[in-house]
Design a protein around this ligand. Structure first.
Ligand SMILES: Cc1ncc(COP(=O)(O)O)c(C=O)c1O
Length: 324
């Protein structure tokens, strides 16, 4: 099909992101590192893919109706993608920070600038939440707990996207996987991705594991994460916890390896991507490439190691932190 010269809407620009070989960072290696440039999505991150899929599916199922407010707990990328697509479609959008201090200054401003209501948190708010905890649970995911409270209070006015457990988050990334297969002619030996909700890793792994014999799938956790995950872990899911990550870890053979990467390692590789490759990505992309390079160095024979550049450097000007 000939590429369209004029698009009817910015929504048509979501997905079909380019893939680039790392020539300098990968210099001298037999294997190649291929990065899929997800920051070229319209809102600057991979989260456009899931935002449009979750919103349009909820509309079809009658869960999201005109006049509703879309809510979510986010460190900012899903928040901004929902804010931009949600306001474009005429909805109000309210984004809660996941926990105090997690949403960077640029992401807060971007969400606010496109018309979303941004609710930040103070450490004292967590204590307050603990007192009226809905599930009597530990308040380690306060943003999600606030979304649950809002949803229960006004079920006819609010749609909580529930990205951490929404099946359409995973489904949106089946498309990402198909694009990867097409761009590499099916030659993917290793796939590496940082985990937030787990939607991208689970969705891409589900397709790759079906289509590519012996593909190795590696997940990365920020070393700052409180919970230590491992493949095969029996991790309970509740209304505010677990979701895609717990299903993904339990599913035998989906994820082969889980590693942890520090802020320092992630930041150092992010700077190399900016300075040596002209790829203006965020810090989780640096974490991805840091580990992709480790794999490339140790692999015997020519392997294709694929990873994602999840978001744009423009949201890390004030602070360079590895958050997912
Ligand atoms: C910058 C960044 N990298 C990676 C991820 C991981 O994506 P996912 O939620 O699909 O696990 C996210 C989102 O959580 C993110 O915001």
């Amino acid at each position: 099909m000939k590429p369209k010269k004029i698009h009817d809407s910015v929504l048509e620009l979501i997905g079909n992101t380019p893939m680039v070989r790392l020539n300098r960072i990968g210099a001298g290696l037999v294997s190649e590192i291929l990065v899929k440039v997800e920051y070229m999505n319209p809102s600057g991150s991979l989260k456009d893919r899931i935002a449009v899929e979750m919103i349009e599916q909820a509309e079809k199922e009658g869960k999201l109706k005109p006049g509703y407010t879309i809510i979510e707990s986010s460190t900012g990328n899903t928040g901004f993608a929902l804010s931009s697509i949600g306001t474009l479609k005429g909805y109000k959008v309210r984004i809660y920070e996941t926990m105090p201090g997690k949403a960077g200054a640029e992401k807060q401003k971007m969400m606010h600038n496109v018309g979303a209501e941004v609710r930040l948190m103070e450490p004292a708010d967590i204590e307050h939440l603990r007192e009226r905890s809905v599930a009597g649970s530990e308040v380690e995911l306060p943003g999600r707990q606030l979304c649950l409270e809002d949803e229960r209070a006004e079920p006819d006015k609010i749609w909580w996207a529930r990205q951490f457990s929404n099946k359409d988050n995973v489904k949106a990334h089946h498309v990402t996987a198909r694009e990867i297969l097409e761009q590499t002619d099916g030659k993917v030996d290793v796939f590496v991705q940082s985990i937030g909700t787990g939607g991208s890793l689970a969705g891409i792994a589900e397709v790759l594991k079906k289509e590519v014999p012996n593909v190795k799938v590696i997940g990365i956790q920020p070393a700052s994460s409180k919970e230590l995950w491992h493949p095969g872990m029996d991790f309970p899911a509740t209304e505010t916890k677990g979701g895609i990550v717990s299903a993904m870890l339990k599913q035998q053979g989906l994820i082969d390896v889980l590693v942890r990467i520090t802020d320092t390692e992630a930041r150092a590789m992010t700077h190399r991507l900016w300075q040596e490759e002209g790829l203006y990505c965020g810090v989780s992309s640096g974490a991805n490439v840091h580990f992709a390079l480790e794999e490339a160095k140790k692999s015997g024979g020519k392997k294709s190691i694929v990873t994602l550049l999840c978001d744009h450097m423009n949201r890390y000007l004030t602070e360079e932190r590895y958050v997912t």
